[in-house]
Ligand binder design. Structure first.
Ligand SMILES: Cc1cc2nc3c(=O)[nH]c(=O)nc-3n(C[C@H](O)[C@H](O)[C@H](O)COP(=O)(O)OP(=O)(O)OC[C@H]3O[C@@H](n4cnc5c(N)ncnc54)[C@H](O)[C@@H]3O)c2cc1C
Length: 470
């Protein structure tokens, strides 16, 4: 059967959809697989672009892998590149690109198309999808949406102002002119990237980091291996009632697992909200903190699988009351990065200001807390991506939303079913269009690390191939 397939987005997700499709290729002749992305991101995706070397992985180098046969560390060694505990993210991008180029070189019919997709139009009679860019328009039988994070949020309405950097990536281009008094909005992993570039690469004396709620990630503690006793797939399956799994029962199971592993629940509440003190606490208590983090990381695939079985109400309760504690411990920063931040803070090179209440601009910028005010020349937005697709500015999302091909999920992203098929308000659940990654935030809980993303992609593509063979 000949088949025309489009993959929108050539990041880790797009590359792995391609790999998994090719593994099914033997049973289908005359396939055409087109992958759409811009030239700088094709094969790499946004986090792993060819950017500054001080932007590090937040997962240890030896835990990063795409394939089962030979991993990232082997790839680095084969190219005489150093293997650090946390390598520059651009190295992982080069590894992913290398893999992607191998796929296009050895598989006729796999073709990168450089350009941004602006619209996708469904033809219900033909059951086909037209994919448009500014310079092309092609029809497909099967479409995979793998577009990663949406554009950056703009919580203070500053986009377009001079000396305001709305999206800091690639930092080597976007932050190269930042000068004078520099402020960064946000204290997450992207803010840390900006600080490292400005202090280590550009040699700036000082930057201000502004946060609304002291929301810096935790510091990665010592690694732990667990033998899971209670929070198992079988135990979770046994909780199923009327096709739902009650949140309360999942929490009870998780508490039992923590008790069995000797992990104090109070560790979840260890942070005071004072960013600097919290960093110091995690560095000083890396044994206990690591145990909690590695338990969460070990259980992450199961959390992700259970999440779609929560009722709407349970999802809301989970996101409001439990997610902030899981999130804080789920993507911790490397200890060496945290230690350097503390050193810079103690030396006065970074000033962390929590609880900001207002950001204003009249030429320069003013950031206020209840009792202080800071004048800033260059302001960098590191508050992270928009989750609500109705606020997203990219044409393809706006157009698909407008023609009711996609609909917003209640927690962000778009609605998909458990097989990752897009649920359209106009056409119902569609067989030929799938979505994964940040876009499916509403269904895939914390599934965005490379490891879990690849597992979910393999399942999604296998399901799509089964649907096709029916
Ligand atoms: C700063 C940062 C650091 C991270 N570090 C790690 C880490 O160390 N380890 C880890 O496991 N995970 C890490 N992650 C998580 C990361 O999100 C995933 O590892 C992975 O990159 C997600 O891949 P993706 O393909 O879904 O998204 P992306 O990598 O964002 O790729 C999506 C691609 O789609 C393209 N695209 C979007 N819209 C269109 C369009 N309209 N037309 C064509 N193309 C389009 C984009 O250009 C992009 O290249 C990090 C995330 C961030 C943001």
């Amino acid at each position: 059967m000949s088949l025309r397939i489009a993959i929108i987005g050539g990041g880790v997700a797009g590359v792995n959809i391609t790999r998994q499709l090719i593994s099914h290729h033997g049973s289908h002749d005359g396939w055409k697989i087109d992958i759409y992305d811009t030239e700088e991101k094709m094969g790499r995706g946004k986090p792993y672009m060819d950017d500054n070397e001080h932007l590090l992985l937040n997962i240890p180098t030896d835990e990063m892998r795409i394939t089962d046969d030979g991993d990232f560390t082997d790839w680095l060694k084969a190219r005489s590149l150093p293997v650090h505990d946390y390598n520059p993210r651009k190295h992982f991008g080069a590894y992913s690109l290398d893999l992607f180029r191998g796929l296009t070189a050895s598989n006729e019919g796999v073709r990168p198309i450089f350009g941004e997709v602006t619209d996708i139009i469904y033809d219900a009679e033909e059951a086909s999808y037209r994919v448009d860019t500014d310079t092309s328009s092609e029809k497909y039988d099967l479409v995979f949406l793998a577009m990663g994070q949406m554009g950056y949020a703009d919580p203070y309405g500053l986009e377009g102002m001079e000396k305001f950097v709305h999206d800091p990536y690639p930092v080597k281009a976007r932050l190269q002119d930042a000068d004078g008094k520099i402020g960064i909005l946000g204290t997450g992993l992207s803010a840390i990237d900006c600080v490292r570039y400005l202090l280590l690469e550009r040699g700036k004396d000082r930057v201000h980091l502004f946060s609304r709620s002291g929301d810096m990630p935790s510091v990665r503690g010592k690694s732990h291996q667990f033998e899971i006793r209670h929070f198992t797939e079988e135990a979770l399956d046994a909780l199923m009632e009327d096709d739902l799994i009650p949140l309360e029962a999942v929490v009870t199971l998780f508490r039992r697992e923590m008790a069995a592993q000797n992990i104090e629940e109070s560790l979840f509440y260890r942070h005071s909200g004072n960013t600097l003190e919290d960093l110091k606490y995690d560095i000083a208590n890396s044994g206990q903190v690591g145990k909690l983090q590695y338990l969460i990381i070990a259980l992450n695939p199961l959390f992700s699988r259970v999440f779609p079985y929560f009722s709407k109400k349970d999802k809301e309760i989970f996101m409001e009351e439990i997610h902030p504690y899981i999130d804080k411990n789920h993507s911790p920063m490397p200890a060496e990065v945290a230690e350097q931040l503390v050193e810079w803070a103690d030396a006065g090179r970074i000033k962390i200001i929590d609880d900001i209440s207002e950001v204003r601009s009249d030429g320069d910028f003013t950031v206020r807390t209840d009792d202080a005010s800071y004048g800033i020349d260059w302001l960098i937005n590191a508050t992270g991506p928009e989750k609500d697709i109705t606020k997203e500015g990219s044409p393809v999302i706006a157009n698909m939303l407008d023609r009711m091909l996609i609909a917003p999920g209640s927690l962000g992203g778009i609605l998909v079913d458990r097989r990752h098929r897009v649920i359209s308000p106009r056409y119902g659940t569609l067989n030929g269009i799938y979505a994964i990654g940040h876009l499916t935030f509403d269904s895939d809980y914390l599934s965005n690390t490379v490891r879990i993303l690849v597992e979910n992609i393999n399942r999604m593509v296998d399901g799509a191939m089964e649907d096709l063979d029916k």
